[in-house]
Ligand binder design. Structure first.
Ligand code: C2O
Ligand code: CU
Ligand code: CU
Length: 490
């Protein structure tokens, strides 16, 4: 463990750990993988699919000894999987039963800013919030998590997160594995640290340069999970729901698997690989094949692409971690296949951008030299226009870049074709230090000159410290307005 103070941020002393964590072969896979329940919904009189979500505190026995104090949605820890189809109107009754303010942001969703659940839509303790919108985007694995300004990392770490699966007619018609919890399995991957009393230990680490790194990996809230496999092909919806950690997923026998979807939905066709790197907030769907009777362990391996700070590799980039064991039954059902063609390819490369902007992320809390100010709108974009944003990680630390409301196309990385894992629609992209990522995105449908969407680094310690900015989508003739005062109720 190393510690170093950097002088650049006033009172904040930066430090990070450089020890290498290796749990490969050391995790006992003794607990069946929990599968988050599918959220119940009812039909509104208006025809909307309505979900009731209560944000609450609870306690969970993750291991022997004292129960861990947790937060969850409709339960003690994490939240149910939301599921809806393109074209459907969804309505939520969100109740905050915590004794501090929080919010629910729908990460990856295209929706009006007032429904986005960012820092401007905080729900007071005991308060309610009723967002509603029409799902209008391709089938994808999205997720939801709190976004209260300055406390997102803490709230996610305590347990507030869940998946949001969007279906559409095309995905319904594909012969992909799609039996939820059987051969279509959500995996919310999160590292945490438990103290000697089994409580989540955040030990001031949200103030460290890389944020908090845990020493144990929870999948869907299960420690040491195994999954009984009953089909030849299994689709995993992987979500890096961690506050800081980078994962490079692969199997212990290096078996190949097929990447079928990125953040924003299905790829045009599958791409085969044996490693898949995901930074916090990113999702991917993979399909992996099993033979009868075999077992395989999903691990995280040292990062393929370097992240080095002054003291070495950061954010767990050197770690090897056991994540989940897959145990195939003696006989496996064989009914699905990976279709030759699946989703629509990103198509923004040939559109002349209305505007080009550049963003440089650096240190702990800055984009283009500025920190987040809830009252400052950094810029406005025109509804209907395509913009190209050139984004770079200006230092050696791990950063990534997430944009609300849209899915973007990674046009190129330092002028070269992006790697396969970045060729589908994305809403969050890892930034390898010193490279330039050109992202193309189209802003459609929802305008509001006063209420902004966010863009930020999804290393939550960085986001909370201010590595975030705000933009509004403007209709014709509109100009940037005034952000209503934020009613922040911690
Ligand atoms: Cu996943 Cu602005 O967040
Ligand atoms: Cu988001
Ligand atoms: Cu960052």
């Amino acid at each position: 463990v190393g510690a170093l103070a950097l002088g650049s941020a006033g009172a904040i002393g930066y430090f990070w750990t450089t020890s290498k964590l290796d749990t490969a072969g050391k995790v006992d896979f003794t607990n069946p993988l929990a599968v988050p329940p599918l959220a119940e919904s009812t039909q509104d009189p208006s025809g909307a699919r309505r979900f009731d979500l209560e944000i609450q505190s609870g306690a969970v026995a993750f291991k022997d000894g004292r129960e861990t104090e947790t937060w969850g949605v409709n339960g003690a820890f994490l939240g149910p999987t939301l599921r809806a189809k393109r074209g459907e109107e969804v309505a939520f009754a969100v109740r905050n039963s915590l004794d501090e303010g929080t919010s629910i942001h729908w990460h990856g969703m295209h929706l009006p800013a007032v429904m986005d659940g960012g820092p401007h839509q905080e729900v007071a303790p005991g308060g309610d919030w009723a967002p509603q919108w029409m799902i209008n985007q391709p089938a994808a694995t999205l997720w939801y998590h709190p976004h209260p300004h300055g406390r997102t990392g803490n709230h996610v770490y305590r347990g507030l997160a869940g998946m949001f699966i969007v279906d559409d007619d095309e995905s319904d018609g594909l012969n992909l594995p799609k039996t939820y919890g059987v051969d279509d399995v959500p995996m919310i991957v999160q590292d945490r640290k438990l103290d000697g009393d089994n409580q989540f230990d955040d030990n001031g680490s949200f103030m460290s340069m890389q944020g908090l790194l845990g020493d144990q990996v929870f999948v869907n809230g299960t420690l040491g999970p195994y999954l009984d496999v009953s089909t030849r092909l299994v689709r995993l919806r992987l979500l890096n729901g961690s506050v800081s950690r980078l994962y490079n997923f692969g199997f212990d026998d290096d078996r190949p698997f097929s990447l079928i979807a990125t953040d924003g939905g299905l790829l045009p066709s599958a791409s085969e690989t044996d490693r898949l790197q995901l930074s916090p907030g990113e999702r991917a769907e993979i399909v992996v094949g099993f033979e009868p009777g075999e077992t395989a362990v999903l691990r995280s391996y040292p990062a393929d692409e370097g992240y080095s700070g002054p003291l070495g590799r950061v954010n767990g980039a050197d770690d090897t971690l056991d994540i989940c064991e897959f145990r195939a039954a003696e006989s496996l059902t064989d009914t699905t296949a990976i279709p030759e063609t699946m989703g629509a390819a990103p198509d923004l490369a040939d559109t002349e951008p209305a505007e080009e902007r550049s963003f440089s992320l650096s240190g702990f809390n800055q984009i283009n030299g500025e920190s987040m100010d809830l009252q400052r709108i950094d810029f406005g974009v025109r509804e209907g226009s395509v913009e190209v944003w050139e984004v770079a990680n200006a230092d050696g630390f791990l950063h990534n870049f997430h944009v609300h409301d849209v899915q973007f196309q990674v046009l190129d990385v330092d002028g070269e074709e992006p790697p396969a894992r970045l060729r589908g629609w994305k809403d969050t992209v890892q930034l390898v230090p010193q490279r330039k990522y050109r992202l193309a995105m189209r802003f459609t449908d929802y305008t509001d000159p006063n209420l902004p969407y966010m863009y930020h680094c999804h290393i939550l310690a960085h986001e909370d410290a201010g590595m975030m900015g705000q933009f509004v989508v403007l209709g014709e003739g509109e100009s940037i307005g005034q952000v209503p005062a934020v009613d922040s109720a911690h």
